[in-house]
Design a protein around this ligand. Structure first.
Ligand SMILES: *Cc1c(COP(=O)(O)O)cnc(C)c1O
Length: 420
């Protein structure tokens, strides 16, 4: 099946006289015919359903669909994108371990890595794609356990050189973990370029309608965990009657442990109803992404030609620094555009207030056009120096182009520019 077909059919095949649509299985638990049957399930919980804190048929249908879209062996949904990143890391990192991460990533993930995980004893060294291989490799320590980056960074809109970072990670015996939220598997399949683990905030384009928070971890099944660095996957798990995940589950060792150990203990599994809504979004994902790509490029070109705009960051623009990487890794671009308005904070805020169609909100990838002025909102507490370090100028605006008619979106922007 190709992507459009997978989005509609993967993960659920109804039998004779069964519901056409995957039903919402609104049940915490599952019944068994005998104590003996339950005992068998506890011997190998992957064989059947146990408890909806770590497995539910509606959620699992979506997991299978996303795993197939990304070309992975299996996936596990989480209750948010943040929960996906947290579990994806904790599955192979403990106190004393270390992460090498691209610096240009989502602010919530930067915070998770540099503040919260640090308190748990997991440290991170941030590197830049502009650094040489030697200086990136100098960031590795004997305790480095993974390399992390985003296919299209939120909000920097930089495109990750996936093959390069996969090569560096593998040279040091660790997997490359890629957050593919902005590209979605419709525009990029990181596993096909050498990534080993893919994570998403499904709250963005996958859901698409701004109705439910969610995340997912996809296991590529590509990484060899038996190099001595990952005893949690190779050695007996005391909390699971001495199972070795690599021995028992082979290519699905990583994702099986994430579910059977971490999801069991942390319980950040989505509700069946959330998965049902996510599935509705996934069904139309390819159609929506193609339209986002068209609308995004049209608006980016309009902004680039606008004399009141100092700069535009959108990797599908031929003038963009990341255009060659976008050509290599992406078959289309999402519709988030960062641009700088001439006149700083005052003009930028006035511009936002003048918009009639685009709404002011802390979200991106909504089906409706939305906009945010980071310096006065998400980065409000930052000093001028901190803003500069984060690459956020006072006039920077983050626009998430929606699926309205693009002429209406541009007219709205134009009338707002006319007012400043
Ligand atoms: C939004 C986002 C997250 C966090 O996801 P939530 O679903 O909001 O928890 C993580 N990574 C990226 C790239 C994001 O855009």
């Amino acid at each position: 099946m190709r992507d459009e077909t997978k989005c509609l059919h993967a993960g659920y095949t109804p039998g004779n006289a069964q519901p056409r649509v995957m039903p919402i299985v609104q049940s915490i638990t599952y019944t068994y015919d005998s104590a003996e049957e339950i005992a068998k399930v506890f011997d190998d919980p992957t064989l059947s359903l146990v408890y909806s804190r770590f497995g539910n048929p509606t959620v699992m249908a979506v997991e299978e669909k996303i795993a197939q879209l990304e070309g992975g062996v299996a996936a596990m949904c989480t209750s948010s994108g943040q929960a996906a990143n947290l579990l994806a890391v904790l599955n192979i990192c403990g106190a004393g371990d270390h992460i090498v991460s691209l610096g240009a990533i989502y602010g919530g993930t930067t915070n998770l890595f540099s503040v919260t995980l640090k308190r748990l004893g997991i440290t991170t060294t941030f590197v830049s794609q502009d650094d040489s291989d030697e200086s990136i490799e100098a960031a590795f320590t004997p305790r480095t356990r993974l390399v992390f980056g985003e296919t299209i960074a939120n909000p920097a809109m930089a495109v990750l050189d996936i093959e390069r970072f996969a090569r560096i990670a593998h040279k040091h015996g660790v997997p490359l973990m890629v957050d593919n939220t902005f590209a979605t598997p419709i525009f990029c399949k990181p596993i096909s370029f050498g990534a080993d683990i893919v994570v998403h905030s499904t709250s963005k384009y996958m859901d698409g309608h701004a109705v439910q928070i969610g995340g997912v971890i996809v296991d590529g099944g590509t990484f060899d965990w038996t190099n001595g660095k990952y005893p949690e996957l190779t050695e007996p798990d005391e909390s699971y009657h001495g199972i070795s995940y690599t021995k028992a589950y082979g290519k699905a060792a990583y994702i099986t442990r994430a579910r059977m150990n971490l999801m069991r203990d942390f319980g950040v599994y989505p509700a069946a109803h959330s998965a049902f809504l996510l599935n509705l979004g996934l069904e139309t994902l390819p159609v929506r992404m193609r339209q986002y790509s068209q609308n995004g490029l049209a608006v980016a070109k309009y902004l680039e030609a606008n004399p009141k705009v100092l700069s535009v960051k959108y990797p599908a623009l031929p003038s963009d620094k990341d255009y060659p990487l976008a050509q290599k890794y992406l078959t289309g671009c999402c519709a988030v555009i960062s641009f700088v308005i001439d006149g700083g904070r005052e003009k930028a805020m006035k511009f936002l207030d003048a918009l009639r169609l685009a709404s002011n909100e802390v979200h991106v990838a909504d089906i409706r056009t939305c906009i945010l002025h980071p310096a006065s909102s998400t980065h409000r507490q930052c000093t001028d120096e901190q803003l500069k370090a984060a690459g956020i100028s006072e006039g920077l605006v983050r626009l998430s182009v929606g699926l309205e008619n693009v002429e209406d979106i541009i007219s709205d922007l134009q009338q707002a520019f006319d007012q400043i």
